[in-house]
Write a protein that binds this ligand. Structure first.
Ligand SMILES: *[C@@H]1O[C@H](CO)[C@@H](O)[C@H](O)[C@H]1NC(C)=O
Ligand SMILES: *[C@@H]1O[C@H](CO)[C@@H](O)[C@H](O)[C@H]1NC(C)=O
Length: 151
């Protein structure tokens, strides 16, 4: 009985978390390509992005708005999706949930100052990159599991 209950709880939990698909490096490179095209960004700016340089100007701001929207981490109306960011960065999002979400909260805001969607996305995304770069890169690395499922 207890085992059955435990299984039900586990299945329920994975269903609740299953609505976000963790993205890999390939996904994010695709978003980058699409956004560079959609926003018609100059090649020298894209070269800066590859070196993790993100000048604070409208084109860069809208680039983050575009990539993070495709990634389901940002939405023009509701802002950053802390749950999805958390699931992207942590393998077992149920572990230590509150502490980690507290850390993320330091980088995302409700746009009290009323900036444009692009500026809002840029502000949060550059903060996340600054504070969580290692976790972001790790979460995008190809995984044996992904290869097995996708091939
Ligand atoms: C979100 O905002 C950006 C920048 O203002 C705009 O280009 C884009 O069309 C908006 N997207 C949606 C779904 O409203
Ligand atoms: C970007 O520049 C604007 C205008 O100078 C400034 O108000 C804003 O704080 C800057 N954003 C970031 C994330 O540095």
């Amino acid at each position: 009985m207890n085992t059955l209950l435990a299984i039900c709880v586990l299945v329920g939990l994975s269903l609740a978390l299953a609505d976000y698909r963790r993205r890999n490096r390939h996904d994010v490179l695709t978003y980058r390509e699409e956004c560079v095209k959609e926003l018609d960004l100059p090649a020298d700016l894209v070269e800066k992005f590859k070196k993790l340089e993100y000048p604070n100007e409208t084109q860069t701001q809208c680039y983050f708005q575009c990539v993070f929207s495709k990634w389901e981490l940002f939405n023009n109306q509701t802002g950053f999706n802390v749950d999805n960011i958390h699931q992207q960065l942590v393998n077992h999002p149920t572990d230590n949930n509150e502490a980690f979400q507290g850390n993320l909260a330091g980088c995302v805001d409700q746009n009290e100052q009323g900036s444009s969607a692009c500026e809002w996305a840029y502000r949060g995304a550059t903060c996340l990159l600054r504070e969580n770069l290692a976790e972001i890169q790790k979460s995008l690395a190809p995984k044996v599991w992904d290869e097995a499922v996708l091939t």
